[in-house]
Design a protein around this ligand. Sequence first.
Ligand code: CA
Length: 229
Amino acid sequence: MKKVLVLEDEVDIRGFVVINLKRAGYEPIEAGTGAEAFDQWHANPDIKVALLDVNLPDTDGFEVCRKMRAADPHIGIIMLSARTQEMDKVTGLMTGADDYVTKPLDSIAELMARIDSLFRRAGVSVAIDTGEILQGPFRLNTRNRTLEKNNERIKLTQVEYSIMKMFMDNPGKALSREDILNTVWGRDYFGELKIADVNIRRLRIKIEDDPTNPNFITTVWGFGYKWGL
Ligand code: CA
């Protein structure tokens, strides 16, 4: 489940947000005080996004935000405040919040859109965290810079690894030979485009079942190459 912590002491507002979160397919975890929020967070370490009210009975939402951010660099945090002063916004972002919404909540749709966007980003950072990109039979480990196909290691040069990484970062997208050259060799490389072709031919021999009839790295005639499964 996609868990969202809702820290808000005003029961009406909290209920309104909770209902909308449930409708959107999230699992809201409720808290009315800073202390409750930390209890809930410890009980639900898989919370990915937290909505934090600023004015709370026992503490200040910025303080909650600061502690959460210090403990977890990846959790998405949206501050919720009745105050509209620009200073609050600055303070909120300084304490590590990702976003800021003012009350009254004129547009619940907008709040939901911001939560969705933080979830998408949280998903991305999880992928970076594990250091692995999994696509079809391929597993690219971005920490060790290694590639496996069907759990078997394929030995790659650093250049081949960089090309694979670029492909797997851009599935289904046609990449021009210039793009590949710039990304892999650097913008100040003045070599020939053919160097990209040569490396890709070698990469195909290593990863394709039939390199003369490639399934994964296909040629986009007159342009470049495309990665697909
Ligand atoms: Ca409040």
